[in-house]
Design a protein around this ligand. Structure first.
Ligand code: SAM
Length: 386
């Protein structure tokens, strides 16, 4: 419910536009970030905070690839999460801001001989490391030919990297979009190059409020992936604006910073690293609607025989009937996950907002009606989505 009786609330004084969250000139921002990742930092240990490199909970399929990676690539990792979704074999995958290529190489192993990986980054020094490690990983993974390539360019301008509409099954990105001077363009371009049914699966840093301009203008705070972070609700607005109607949070962790001087500078602002998955599907709606449908996970996704987690609110035990909203149904039945789910219910009738979605029937006259209380989020169900 709006606090202002429907009138726009407006930005807090001194904060920057939600779509940019960057110092005034886009070119100056990019040059400063290039300098930080190309010249100032030589390896992960040189970072001043733990905003980047907050990896946790690595899945077995990713752990298994680690011993095969080159030391040089691992030492120059600056990500903030695990951006390796399930079922990548044979997929075409794009990595936005691939850096020295650690995630690209992990994914190269998982997409295999029939898949391909493209990494895009603007920083020459990072791409040099990535390129000189292609042969090493091709051999280490036993591939007949390289399935990964790196292109120099801007993630806001993927057309300049010759990346066509509807050409990738999956886009990943690890701790990069916060550094972009034009987040709006990044999400627009990501949507354009994704195939229908594809997804943007990415980790990034978010703030609990809009970050004031004086902090955004600080090159160290910006380069350390803190002050360019979007306020999480602005991110959701931008994502929806570009067609990602129902962004799903997968995991999140508070960033502790661990640097007294920087903690003092950022004051009360709290930062989080979070992984989201954003499906491109023209029929996703902004809210979770109930069509009386349910799904059963077959237990067939490799390495997830017992349960599969779609997002922070949906873990499907194998064999269990789970009621789902129409959006969740589309995410599991009209994407590459489809062979692993069965559907129950004809879906011909609409039953209102999905129970447990966090949204209530808005009418005051519905108060006291048990059905209205349920949709208000007081009753929890296994399928509650948001
Ligand atoms: C924090 S590092 C993360 C690198 C890599 N994803 C990893 O996990 O190691 C950010 C990377 O994004 C790149 N980058 C930042 N803004 C960019 C932009 N607008 N276009 C292309 N690359 C960008 C930087 O050059 C840098 O390599």
């Amino acid at each position: 419910m709006s606090c202002c009786g429907g009138k726009p609330c407006g930005n807090a004084a001194g904060s920057v536009s939600a779509a940019t969250n960057a110092p005034v000139s886009a070119d100056a921002t990019r040059e400063s970030v290039k300098d930080y990742y190309g010249k100032v930092l030589a390896k992960s240990d040189d970072l001043k905070t733990n905003a980047c490199t907050t990896d946790s909970g690595m899945p077995a399929k990713v752990k298994a690839v680690f011993p095969l990676l080159s030391d040089e690539v691992v030492a120059k990792y600056y990500g903030c999460g695990i951006v390796v979704p399930e079922l990548l074999e044979g997929c075409s995958v794009l990595d936005l801001g691939c850096g020295a290529g650690r995630d690209c190489f992990i994914i190269s192993k998982l997409v295999g001989e029939k898949g391909r990986v493209v990494g895009v980054d603007m920083t020459e020094e990072q791409l040099e490391v990535a390129n000189r490690n292609i042969d090493f990983h091709t051999k280490a993974f036993g591939l007949a030919a390289p399935n990964v390539e790196f292109r120099k360019g801007y993630i806001e301008k993927l057309d300049e990297c010759d990346l066509a509409d509807n050409s990738f099954d999956v886009i990943v990105s690890n701790c990069v979009i916060n550094l972009s001077p034009d987040k709006d363009a990044v999400l627009r371009e990501a949507y354009r190059v994704l195939k229908p049914g594809g997804e943007l699966y990415f980790s990034d840093v978010y703030a609990d409020r809009r970050v004031p301009q004086e902090l955004v203008a600080d090159p160290v705070l910006f380069g350390e992936c803190l002050s360019g972070a979007l306020y999480w609700n602005d991110f959701l607005t931008i994502a929806r604006k570009h067609g990602f109607a129902d962004p799903r949070l997968v995991s999140d962790a508070r960033i502790t910073i661990n640097n007294k001087a920087i903690e003092e500078k950022v004051g009360h602002i709290k930062f989080y690293s979070a992984t989201y998955r954003l499906f491109k599907h023209a029929d996703l709606e902004t809210d979770c609607e109930d069509y009386g449908e349910a799904v059963i996970y077959k237990g067939t996704i490799p390495t997830y025989p017992r349960a599969f987690t779609l997002d922070a609110h949906h873990t499907f035990d194998a064999g269990r009937v789970v009621p789902v909203c129409r959006n969740t149904l589309r995410m599991v039945l009209e994407t590459r996950l489809a062979p692993h789910f069965e559907v129950l219910g004809a879906g011909a009738q609409h039953f209102g907002i999905f129970e447990g979605c966090g949204k209530a029937v808005p009418f005051a006259s519905a108060k006291g009606d048990p059905a209205a209380a349920a949709v208000g989020g007081k009753k929890k169900s296994a399928g509650g989505c948001c």
